[in-house]
Design a protein around this ligand. Structure first.
Ligand SMILES: Nc1nc2c(ncn2[C@@H]2O[C@H](COP(=O)(O)OP(=O)(O)OP(=O)(O)O)[C@@H](O)[C@H]2O)c(=O)[nH]1
Ligand SMILES: [Mg+2]
Length: 443
């Protein structure tokens, strides 16, 4: 697969689609979320259909229903038919044949969104890997079906021998896995480095469209794109902000979604490694959702966070969009039941409650201590100053009769500070506790 610069400038217009969901009577409808996903992929939705009764395994739908939808398709002329269900190759083939229109399932739809939005080479590799892993178990069947007659979605496969096609996929999968391992080793080395000396970090997480980026922009004064569709954010952005006059790092991340196929979960998780290392994980929730929607999304988020290794005690629930919430009480109760604590209530859009949020975060910060680094006036303090500028708060800088840098920082940074003073003749680090100043041994 070639990744040209031009690929970044992609039109999101994708055509017209009809949506179909087959579900049990007792399950909630997923058509509204499917519509949002289809729109995020650039489709305009012509019509939606659902079936909760008996289905014919050849079509996933009941046969009669499939035929009546086929008639409507003749009138509507959609470019695609999108199922909320996972379809077997034979079902996809039969439906494509009957509808004379390409049929895709929820997995392929999410892949389309990710493929269009993926910005980094790593994300592109992961998505290609997920696509090929999805194709592999059905590769032989797809080749066989393509030979029965070319249909949209099966184009081009008929020219392969099934075995040759399968081997090609397997080779590409091993190549992509190797490349991804290399990228991941590099990244984790960088992260370990940063982690050792890192500032306090906060991750913004939550279901897609909950308002994470809106809050991130509010806190950082950035202007990252905010969504009119799902999955506006696909990669992590980290910035420094001041909380209680301390510098901390905050990351905006990709949103979660229900029923995410396992193959895509892997692609998702690699962008979420920052979350597993964060000191505080803010779980942003959309309080304007209906209670069942709110509960479904909250459960998805909590199970996703648990499965990537986030401990429950680092999660802080945040109810966003309180300006648009008709009744917060049942939602408050649900948060208490699911997370075991009350949420901080905010409107990221108009700023309400954000000072409560930052003061809560301020209370979670580790205590800083004050130190003085003293050295002869002839010494060069530049490396210490550059580091302190990034990782600590410089309170005073005196240059005579000797150089004194007075700073506040997390005590665990002391080894790093010591390391920076190696080789400076006559340097000493003094720790100040209240009015007392005590000499630190240089080790
Ligand atoms: N009414 C209201 N709408 C909000 C608020 N915060 C965000 N929104 C809207 O919610 C939508 C999604 O906002 P984003 O900030 O893009 O959400 P996100 O969680 O980053 O979404 P993804 O990147 O797709 O995961 C946008 O239309 C925002 O304008 C809020 O406090 N009140
Ligand atoms: Mg976002």
């Amino acid at each position: 697969m070639l990744y040209s610069r031009r690929a970044k400038i992609i039109s999101l217009a994708n055509g017209r689609a009809i949506l179909i969901e087959v579900r049990r009577n007792i399950d909630p409808s997923g058509l509204e979320e499917l519509r949002l996903l289809a729109e995020a992929a650039g489709y305009s939705v012509l019509n939606t259909y659902e079936q909760t009764r008996f289905v014919d395994s050849a079509y996933c739908l009941g046969r009669g229903r499939a035929e009546s939808i086929a008639k409507e398709i003749e009138e509507l002329h959609p470019d695609k038919v999108i199922f909320n269900n996972t379809l077997k190759p034979s079902q996809k083939y039969n439906l494509t044949h009957l509808f004379k229109t390409e049929v895709i399932d929820r997995f392929q739809l999410i892949l389309e969104i990710f493929t269009k939005r993926a910005g980094t080479i790593e994300a592109k590799y992961q998505i290609e890997l997920a696509t090929l892993q999805y194709a592999l178990p059905n590769a032989k069947e797809n080749v066989h079906l393509a030979r029965l007659g070319e249909l949209p979605g099966f184009h081009g496969l008929g020219k392969y021998q099934a075995d040759v096609y399968t081997t090609m996929i397997k080779r590409r999968i091993s190549h992509l896995k190797r490349r991804l391992r290399e990228i991941s080793t590099q990244k984790s080395m960088h992260r370990k480095e940063r982690r050792k000396e890192s500032l306090f970090t906060i991750a913004l997480t939550g279901y897609t469209f909950a308002g994470k980026t809106t809050l991130f922009n509010h806190l950082t004064k950035e202007s990252l794109p905010i969504g009119s569709n799902l999955f506006t954010t696909l990669s992590t952005t980290t910035r420094a902000i001041q909380v209680r006059n301390r510098k901390v790092l905050i990351s905006d991340t990709v949103g979660f979604i229900d029923n995410l196929p396992h193959l895509l979960v892997d692609a998702f998780y690699s962008t979420l490694e920052e979350v597993t290392l964060a000191d505080v994980v803010l779980l942003i929730m959309d309080s304007s959702d209906s209670l069942p929607e709110f509960t479904r999304k909250a459960e998805t988020c909590l199970s996703t966070l648990t499965s990537i290794g986030v401990s429950k005690k680092s999660i802080v629930p945040v109810l966003n969009k309180i300006d648009a919430s008709p009744n917060l009480d049942p939602i408050r109760r649900t948060v208490n039941e699911l997370v075991g604590m009350s949420a901080i209530e905010i409107s990221a859009r108009d700023g309400a409650g954000i000072s409560d949020l930052t003061s809560h975060l301020g209370g979670l910060l580790p205590e800083y201590e004050r130190y003085v680094v003293r050295m002869p006036a002839s010494a060069n303090p530049q490396s210490i100053l550059s580091w302190a500028h990034e990782e600590a708060d410089i309170k005073a800088l005196r240059k005579s009769p000797q150089i004194e840098i007075e700073l506040e920082m997390i005590p665990s940074f002391l080894p790093k500070l010591r390391q920076l003073t190696y080789g400076i003749e006559g340097v000493e680090i003094l720790s100040m506790k209240g009015a007392n100043m005590r000499r630190e041994l240089k080790s």
